[in-house]
Every structure is written in structure tokens, then in C-alpha cells.
Design a protein around this ligand. Structure first.
Ligand SMILES: *Cc1c(COP(=O)(O)O)cnc(C)c1O
Length: 391
């Protein structure tokens, strides 16, 4: 089952999974709605706002997140995965959806884009030709320009001519030109300004050719964080900022990564006293050990903060996660029993392991890097955005 199917099943009424392992990822859609509204407040009502939901909405589940951001004032969606885009249409999402480059440029994919009223990305001469080969009514398209990452896109040097050809081609309806600046965290801020100027040069050259392009899009999360609306032009396309506040929040700020939990399925006492130094955790005879069924096949290796909560206490992991299980040292929680809840991230009793703490422990860049690690076998539960009526 692919991620989006898992995500869609989880929000269907009565779609509990009684036979699943007791691993639950709770996602707070109110936090997504509040980040989305903060972006709208920043850009104002007239700037077009595409919410970018790559990678199964950065791990949070593409359909529930799509509904949330659209209700919270996003105008359109962008996805990298054509299957996800088709699934959103089949689930009844009517707003514009841009599909970034990702599939091989062939006519089957081009036809799927048009049949589902999706906007295709033209990012190279091959992709332009493959989409132009489609007979029938015009296909909605965006042109992706590469202004610096040297990744996907038409090189800035040849982009104006490419855009002119696409705009003049009756087989296409050009909606936008977009670019995605990409820089290492410690880059010279001038390097971003240079990428922006390259984008403006393309825009000016296109204007001199007399071609009208409805939207110019470059401001993703990093750009909005670093420069506010200075590079917002008439449209923005943030992804990460839908899930973590635009400006650094402390560990208590609500995060869509609300909680990740499991349950103890065995509690036991270490009885052996041989080869203690050769065990894969610091073992002592008489030590109480608990086991929960969340392992590195569920992403556990990249998700934990070195400890978990049991009976409202912090207890350390005992050794690294195995494929399907993780051990905890229950010395500090002597009353723990089979069935007791284990919180990997989130609150229990008066204690809390924040997502930011797990990010720091893992040396990860952001909370989304954690969310994307949670395996599809973990049950997703959505805390509804209380401000919004359910479907
Ligand atoms: C991923 C992506 C975005 C969103 O980027 P964030 O850094 O998550 O805001 C915007 N535009 C394009 C073309 C992208 O590929």
C-alpha cells in the first residue's frame, strides 16, 4: 500500500486498524492551518499562494494536508508525485494542482495530466516535445527554470526563448514560470540575491519578447524566511513553512508532528551474567527491560531522542533499535507493564519530548526530516483543525 493510500484510509470514517501494531503517529492539522494562515498574512490577499506538498506532504499525508491548507487560504497545490495528484482529484479536490517534474516524459503521463485537469511542468526540450505530442485540447503547463541549483529546469540562459515558444504553442496553456533557489545553510546571502536577479532577467527578456506569463514564482520557505516578501513577485510556493512557523519558534510551539507512540509488548528482567560486555547495550543482571514493536523498518533509528516516556518518566533506550523492536531500560519506571504506552515524541503525564529535541538528538535539519521517516505501517491519526467543519 503506498503512502497516500495509507493516509487516505486513515481519515476515512471508521477506518481504524485493529490488527495493526500499536504504533500511532498523531498529526495536528491545526498547526498546519495556523502556519498556512501565517503565510497568507505575510503575503497579503492578492499574491497567489501555491502550497507545495511534496513527499506525501513532507510525511504528514497528502490528502488531509491538502484539505487543510486549501481551507486555510492556499489557492493551489503543487506535488512531485503524479500518482498523488491523481489520487487528490479522485478524492474530490478541485483546486489547481501543479505537478513538478518527476515522471519520464511520455504520452501516457501527459494524458493522465490532461485527463485529470492537472498542470504539467515543462523542464526541458524532451519534456516539451513529449507533452506537445498529445492530441486534443491544450494542456495546462508551467515552465521550470533553473536559476542556480543545477538540478531540474530549463537553464536560465535559454529560458526566455523556450518560454516564448511554449506561450505561442496552441497545444499549451502557460500558467506560470517557476524556479526553486537552493543553497547550503551557510551560503552567502548574496548568492540568493544573484539567483533572484537571474530570474528577473528571464522575466524581463520574456516581457521584451511581448509574451505574457500570468505568474512568476520563486519564493519558497527559505526565501520567505530570509527576505519576507521582497522576492514574492505575484506568487509564492512554500512547502516546509506549511509545517513549521516562518520565524523560529521555541520547543513549545504546536507542531503537526504531535505525537509518536507505541506500547510495551514485553517486560522482562535480564537474568544472564555471562558476556555482559559483549551485549549490544549496557546490560546489568537484574535490570528491567521493556520491548516495543517500533523498529528501524518503521523509521525508528532516525526518529528518537535517545529516550522515551513510560509512565510519565523519561527512560533511556537500551541499545539501538532493531528491525522491528526497540528496547528500553525500565530502571526509572519500575511499575511498567505490558500494554503501557511508550511515547517516542510528544507528551505523557507532565513530561514531554518535543519534536525539536528529537531533531537535535538526530542532528537533523528540521521536523519534516523526522516526519518523512515515519514508516507507512505506522497508523496515522489526525487531530482535526477545530476551527473548521469536518467534511
Ligand atoms: C520543493 C519545492 C518548493 C517548496 O520548497 P520548500 O523549501 O519546502 O518551501 C517550491 N518549489 C519547487 C519547484 C520545489 O521543488
Amino acid at each position: 500500500m503506498s503512502d497516500w493510500r495509507a493516509a487516505m484510509t486513515d481519515i476515512a470514517p471508521g477506518a481504524d486498524r485493529p490488527l495493526a501494531r500499536p504504533n500511532v503517529f498523531e498529526i495536528d492539522l491545526a498547526a498546519v492551518a495556523s502556519c498556512t494562515r501565517a503565510i497568507r498574512d505575510l503575503i497579503g490577499p492578492r499574491v497567489h499562494f501555491t502550497a507545495t506538498l511534496k513527499a506525501n506532504a513532507y510525511g504528514y499525508g497528502v490528502l488531509p494536508v491538502a484539505r487543510t491548507v486549501l481551507r486555510a487560504s492556499a489557492d493551489a497545490l503543487a506535488l512531485a508525485n503524479l500518482e498523488d495528484a491523481v489520487a487528490l482529484r479522485e478524492a474530490g479536490i478541485r483546486e489547481p494542482i501543479l505537478v513538478y517534474a518527476g515522471v519520464l516524459p511520455d504520452t501516457a503521463c501527459a494524458a493522465a495530466l490532461r485527463d485529470h485537469d492537472l498542470t504539467a511542468t515543462l523542464h526541458s526540450e524532451e519534456s516539451r516535445r513529449a507533452h506537445a505530442a498529445l492530441a486534443g485540447p491544450p494542456l495546462k503547463v508551467a515552465v521550470k527554470v533553473d536559476i542556480g541549483p543545477e538540478r531540474i529546469g530549463v537553464p536560465a540562459s535559454t529560458a526566455a526563448g523556450f518560454i516564448q515558444r511554449v506561450a505561442g504553442d496552441p497545444r499549451f496553456r502557460l500558467e506560470a514560470v517557476n524556479a526553486h533557489p537552493n543553497l547550503p545553510a551557510d551560503a552567502d546571502p548574496e548568492a540568493l540575491a544573484w539567483q533572484y536577479r537571474r530570474f528577473l532577467h528571464v522575466r524581463d527578456a520574456v516581457a521584451r519578447l511581448g509574451v505574457n506569463v500570468p505568474r512568476w514564482v520563486l519564493a519558497s520557505s527559505r526565501v520567505l524566511r530570509l527576505t519576507g516578501t521582497a522576492m514574492a513577485l505575484n506568487a509564492v510556493d512554500p512547502g516546509d513553512a506549511l509545517f513549521s512557523p516562518l520565524h523560529s519558534a521555541d520547543d513549545t510551539a504546536p507542531s503537526p508532528f504531535h505525537r509518536l507512540s507505541s506500547r510495551l509488548i514485553q517486560v522482562r528482567t535480564v537474568e544472564r551474567d555471562a558476556y555482559l560486555a559483549d551485549a549490544n547495550f549496557a546490560m546489568r543482571p537484574g535490570m528491567r527491560v521493556g520491548i516495543f514493536p517500533l523498529g528501524y523498518s518503521d523509521g525508528m533509528r532516525a526518529l528518537h531522542a535517545g529516550c522515551v516516556l513510560v509512565n510519565g518518566r523519561r527512560v533511556p533506550l537500551a541499545g539501538p533499535p532493531a528491525l522491528e523492536y526497540t528496547r528500553v531500560d525500565l530502571t526509572q519506571a519500575p511499575g511498567a507493564m505490558v500494554g503501557d504506552e511508550v511515547v517516542v515524541v510528544g507528551a505523557q503525564g507532565g513530561e514531554r519530548i518535543s519534536p525539536a529535541e528529537a531533531v537535535r538528538h538526530q542532528g537533523a535539519a528540521r521536523v519534516a526530516d523526522l516526519a518523512m521517516q515515519v514508516g507507512p505501517g505506522v497508523v496515522r491519526r489526525y487531530l482535526p483543525d477545530a476551527a473548521q467543519a469536518p467534511d
